[in-house]
Design a protein around this ligand. Sequence first.
Ligand code: SPV
Ligand code: MG
Length: 272
Amino acid sequence: MEAHNGLSARIVEETGFKGIWASGLSISAALGVRDNNEASWTQVLEVLEFMSDATSIPILLDGDTGYGNFNNVRRLVKKLEQRGIAGVCIEDKVFPKTNSFINGTAQPLADIDEFCGKIKAAKDAQLDEDFVVIARIEAFIAGWGLSEALKRAEAYHQAGANGILIHSSLRVPDEILAFKQEWGNRCPVVIVPTKYYTTPTQVFRDYQFSIAIWANQVCRAAITAMQQATKRIFTEENLLNIEEDIVPVSEVFRLQGALELQAAEKRYLPQN
Ligand code: SPV
Ligand code: MG
């Protein structure tokens, strides 16, 4: 499940999800900028640090195109490991990227050899053997067919990727199912069912996908809630009606771990 800051990451964990997708779209949206690498990679890193500190489940960073060439990717991996991030997903497009759902067919794909170099550099840079590098294929997004997607999957697999993320902007799962049928279980395959959300999750299980990422729903839910609440307060000019529809301040304190600080104060501050 997607998260985009410390608060949303904590909510995702306590809901029961096994892992967090640090979405480029959601993190940039929460920062008030576009999903075009307008936030610098170190600004993303700062957000990740809060997310990591607030949680204990694995976080997979949506690392866009790796913020540069192979050299930027290996430095990224080093900094992610230092912050306890479990892995990074890099996509085979060019910097600065554009979100896959904005004019996808106009987006150039990365050169296969150059992208394989990024994957190798990432794998060589990791010190923690559990760190994962997921290679995201944008061939379908950019208007290429199954054979291009499979060619890229094989190259990225050979380069050492721990898994393949196959992305599609169709409203039906045809592309990703066709890919999985051909690819089989050569390595774990990850999907992002944002557009083909009507597909029953059991279909993904039946096809033996490893991970389905719900990539932006926490951010979108927050936008809906924020828009509704601000609109109501603006028009009603009081808090009488909104109060029962929003969490009490005590819930904010709970999510922040306020009780722990109170206990720590008893332990560490002079008591008199
Ligand atoms: C993201 O969450 O930023 C993604 C997934 O990359 S998508 O927006 O569907 O391309
Ligand atoms: Mg993204």
